[in-house]
Design a protein. Structure first.
Length: 612
């Protein structure tokens, strides 16, 4: 799969580039909040540094006690330091938390925006579930980087140096003893940390696989159930959960190992310092108070060392996420309306005519050649035909002839490899994309109806349509009688993917939705399955009525549709082989005659006679 190839990188050089891009991606999210992060980090560090005063005050306390001096001063100082430290730490962690949440929000916004504006061919590069997991799970991991990892590493380093300095000021000899042990542990840890990144990436990839498997199954739930595929799909998802678990466990093990190494190093240092320090106290080289304070500082080292390790682990998880997010950010997107408007204002390209113009549109294909990205065979060779403004044009041809592809190219879901596609005489590439699509009403074969009410489904494209408009399209699509029978009329819920409606009704809802947008060109990919007589008649009447106001191009699978069409374009193996009316073509084109008699679904006796 493209995903894994890209994610893994292609070699050391590719991996290094990806690592760099991931860092850039990560920092680009944090940059807008650098002020907050720095403020939060500084406050948290000050809070921690205030804690460092405690051993000094403790030493004073011990010294005062052994000298019989008053201890009120050191006690007040100690209490003040604790309270001030707590307050500053709280404010610091709030600022960090706030910036972390903002980083997560921004990364989600950017990803969602990128995904919704993706060019259609780009969507083939990732499974939808994987994309969703990148928006939800991967972005969450950036939170730790923004709130903790960067600050922890900075603060941890600072604290580490500060504590070592204090220790050095107390007794340089004992610092050398401590450092010896710490350096040894550091080398051990350094060998282990690179595995964090690798395992984190595996976990996140597996989480993406869980999402994509579930998304795939839920998208074809009836088929999965009907074919008894639940065990197979379950096994796939369970495999992915096992992989996530396996690497999660390895990470937990590494965490434990690294943490144990660090704690052990501190404890070994403690014993060494106790031994050597005790000898130095005995010889009078240092005082007992100094040794106690030194040992306290030694234990204080646990915190920055822990912070640094935590930061390394969070950073590696964040980087793995940033890499996965970066892959999506690299995908090509379509121009947004604002960009198109700016282009037009700058005098570049065709402005797309008057958006208020609702007259029927004309379409021309001029020697169009096209192959789907990443595939070899040409789907369209030299497709040339004209659709004049108004009326019904039917596209007919054997399965796989390239009929639906005509619609995909008109909508600019894909770009042709050769030739030109014109709408109203202008190349579709020159049209502002949003205006091109606003001029076209596109009804797919398996017309999607979404969960919600009928009204919500109709209003998807035109949220502010008024009641009269809704009634008009319901009448036009002959859905008014259905609505009358529904318990809550147009406000009745239609179930998940509209499964309380029949196939024919679903398609008419989709046509109604398209008509509500008042397009100038209606592209209708007829359902291949047999419709009942009521639905068939309703759809035929709808199309005939629509064709009086706009241009209708229909991929026809039914004889009733082609008989009704003003012209029929016969496509075969990516070429236009004939154009004419039904009665002309049954006489002149053998393929059409054969299609009409065998493949187009005959709906009534009268039409069957017409074929003869
Ligand atoms: P049908 O009547 O069965 O719907 P059609 O004439 O509408 O067929 P198209 O859907 O246009 O045919 O497909 C034409 C060819 O392009 C087919 O061979 C199909 O396999 C291929 N094809 C369609 N969509 C894609 C895609 N997204 N990627 C690669 N190939 C595709």
């Amino acid at each position: 799969m493209t995903t894994s190839k890209t994610a893994a990188g292609t070699g050391t050089e590719g991996g290094a580039v990806l690592k760099l891009s991931a860092w850039r991606e990560l920092l680009s999210y944090i940059r807008p909040y650098r002020g907050l992060v720095v403020a939060g980090g500084v406050l948290s560090t000050i809070g921690s540094l205030i804690g460092l005063v405690q051993p000094v005050v403790t030493k004073q306390l011990i010294d005062s006690l052994s000298d019989g001096r008053a201890v009120t001063g050191p006690i007040i100082l100690l209490t003040g330091a604790v309270l001030l430290g707590a307050l500053i730490t709280t404010v610091g962690s709030y600022l960090l938390g706030r910036s972390a949440e903002s980083v997560v929000r921004d990364s989600r916004r950017r990803l969602v925006s990128r995904i919704l504006w993706l060019r259609l061919p780009q969507t083939a590069k990732f499974a939808p579930g994987d994309l969703m997991s990148r928006v939800t799970a991967d972005t969450t991991l950036l939170r730790e980087v923004a709130s903790q990892a960067l600050v922890d590493s900075g603060r941890g380093l600072l604290m580490f140096i500060a504590i070592l300095t204090m220790m050095f000021l107390m007794d340089p000899v004992l610092v050398l003893v401590t450092l010896g042990v710490l350096v040894f542990a550091g080398i051990l840890i350094g060998l282990v940390v690179p595995f964090f990144s690798r395992y984190n990436e595996r976990v996140q990839k597996a989480v993406g696989e869980i999402s994509s498997t579930l998304e795939r199954s839920l998208g074809a739930f009836r088929m999965i159930k009907a074919a008894g595929l639940e065990p197979r799909e379950e096994a796939r998802a369970v495999d992915a959960t096992t992989t996530a678990w396996k690497y999660g466990v390895r990470l937990a093990w590494l965490h434990g190992l690294v943490g144990a190494c660090a704690t052990l190093a501190i404890h070994v240092s403690f014993l060494a310092v106790l031994g050597i320090g005790g000898a130095r106290v005995a010889t009078g080289e240092i005082e007992i108070g100094t040794l106690v304070a030194f040992l306290l500082y030694l234990f204080y080292l646990l915190e920055p060392v822990g912070s640094l390790l935590e930061a390394a682990s969070n950073l590696s998880a964040g980087l793995a996420s940033a890499r996965r997010i970066h892959e999506v950010q690299q995908l090509e997107v379509e121009p947004k309306p604002e960009a198109e408007l700016a282009r037009i204002a700058g005098g570049n390209g065709f402005a797309g005519g008057d958006p208020a113009d609702k007259t029927p549109a004309s379409v021309s294909f001029r020697e169009v050649a096209f192959r789907y990205p990443g595939t070899e065979p040409l789907v369209h060779h030299e497709v040339t035909f004209d659709v004049p403004a108004g009326g019904i044009t039917a596209l007919v041809g054997p399965s796989g002839a390239g009929k639906s592809t005509v619609f995909a190219l008109l909508e600019r879901f894909y770009e042709p490899d050769g030739g030109r596609i014109l709408l109203d005489g202008h190349d579709v590439r020159d049209w502002p994309l949003y205006l091109l699509r606003a001029s076209i009403g596109y009804v797919e074969q398996d017309a999607p109806v979404l969960a919600g009410t009928l009204r919500e489904n109709l209003l998807i494209g035109v949220p502010h349509a008024d009641e009269a408009d809704i009634e008009r399209v319901l009448r036009q699509t002959r859905l008014d009688s259905l609505v009358d029978k529904l318990p809550d009329g147009v406000d009745t819920a239609v179930g998940h993917r509209g499964n309380t409606l029949s196939g024919g009704e679903r398609q008419r809802v989709a046509v109604a939705r398209a008509l509500l947008r008042r397009p100038r060109l209606l592209l209708l990919d007829e359902v291949t399955s047999q419709l009942d007589a009521v639905n068939e008649l309703a759809l035929r009447e709808t199309v005939a009525e629509a064709a009086r106001e706009l241009t209708v191009v229909v991929v026809a699978h039914r004889l009733s549709t082609v008989v009704q069409a003003d012209r029929i374009v016969v496509l075969d193996a990516g070429k236009v082989r004939a154009v004419g009316t039904h009665h002309e073509l049954v006489k002149t084109d053998p393929l059409y005659n054969e299609l009409a008699t065998t493949q187009l679904l005959v709906s009534d006796d009268a039409e069957q006679t017409a074929v003869g």
